[in-house]
Design a protein. Structure first.
Length: 379
């Protein structure tokens, strides 16, 4: 397999792993093959540094995850790692050789460098820092190179070529985690009420969209709409970026399909939408005669939906309790969260939902959310 073939296969696996985290071990193995390393590790810290938390860890050596090394490093060595403070001062997209984070004396005396990194084959590794707008950061380390003579120019170029795609893996994964949709199938993702989901075919036409996406297209300050079956951003600069994003995920040439993200500014004081577009690739699905070729996720950071339960109950001829449950569901709450908020059992919430479905002649949650959002759109 050529270097280009390996890179394209890596991109396909990264795109698939965005939705299915069980594919990360295969992705980690391909990262080693592409970069010529004996292993690699990825740590994602979510939130600003003062109150950040680790949301993803994966340390692999020769294709095997080493959870024992992960725990030992995070619990024993990370707190005393002299290189951490210097790593945190690196700018976004930085790639440095691990020894550069230590003084000459520390290279001789540091327990982290001489014990943990020796065991994990890190001493000749690279350290990569990627920053996100919310203060979160991604720490990726390609471990020691397979070639005992050290890092070659081609390897370093490959590492840098991988970075934007690794960043996208984390961005999409984090968006799905927040939407409680990580691991969802292409079909069940349409049922999610916390994130807008739109499927596109190869001609960039919308094949399907979930209830949250329909609500955003109808009520999102008019910044995003549909014209001729194609997504359209009102602001010219955003329109050009959105077109480039979709085109990159659906290339017409032999260029590899790639994932990307953008912020979509709104006319109001509400936070911008964040739009992620990724090729479907190996997860292709058919909806009727049309094949889904790309997935778009639209998130609303900081957005809190406020749907009036009384309005829902009055409009849909529901009881006050049914109105509360329907409103909370349309706001993106899970059955468990609704049960906790109303101090009901999950079984009771589900019973009420079935009563609502029966009254309204609905098939399930997706239809109910669509109906609630439609009756409250002009309130």
């Amino acid at each position: 397999m050529s270097e280009q073939d390996t890179f394209e296969r890596l991109l396909e696996t990264l795109h698939a792993a965005m939705l299915d985290e069980t594919l990360w071990p295969a992705t980690a193995t391909l990262l080693d093959v592409a970069c010529g390393t004996v292993g690699n590790s990825l740590i994602v810290r979510e939130g600003a540094q003062a109150d950040s938390r680790v949301s993803f860890v994966g340390l692999y050596y020769r294709g095997e995850r080493r959870e024992d090394w992960e725990r030992e490093y995070l619990e024993v060595y990370h707190p005393i790692n002299e290189g951490v403070a210097r790593f945190r001062q690196l700018p976004d997209n930085s790639v440095v050789h691990t020894p550069e984070l230590y003084t000459a004396a520390e290279l001789q005396t540091s327990p982290t460098y001489n014990e943990s990194f020796l065991k994990g084959h890190f001493q000749k590794s690279l350290q990569v820092r990627l920053l996100e707008p919310d203060g979160s950061h991604i720490a990726w380390s390609p471990h020691n190179p397979v070639d005992p003579t050290g890092w070659g120019a081609g390897q370093l170029a490959m590492v840098k070529a991988v970075l934007p795609h690794l960043r996208q893996f984390v961005r999409v994964r984090q968006a799905l985690v927040k939407a409680e949709a990580l691991g969802a199938s292409m079909t069940t993702l349409l049922d999610n009420t916390r994130v807008g989901v739109i499927y596109l075919d190869r001609d960039e036409q919308i094949v399907e969209a979930n209830a949250r996406a329909h609500h955003i297209l109808r009520q999102g300050d008019g910044v995003l709409s549909v014209r001729g079956g194609v997504l359209f951003a009102r602001v010219p600069a955003d329109r050009a970026r959105l077109e480039r994003l979709v085109a990159a995920a659906l290339p017409t040439s032999s260029t590899p399909a790639v994932s990307g993200s953008m912020r979509l500014r709104r006319m109001s004081t509400l936070p911008p939408f964040v739009v992620h577009v990724k090729p479907v690739g190996v997860l292709q699905m058919d909806l009727g005669a049309r094949r889904v070729a790309a997935l778009m996720l639209i998130t609303e950071p900081g957005y809190v939906s406020r749907i009036d339960p009384a309005l829902v109950a009055a409009t849909l001829d529901l009881t006050p309790v049914e109105g509360q449950i329907a409103a909370l569901l349309a706001e993106g709450r899970t059955v468990r969260e609704i049960a906790g908020a109303l101090e009901y059992t999950e079984r009771s919430v589900r019973w009420h939902l079935h009563q609502i479905y029966h009254k309204q002649g609905l098939a399930g949650q997706v239809d109910l959310v669509r109906q609630v959002l439609s009756v409250t759109a002009f309130a």
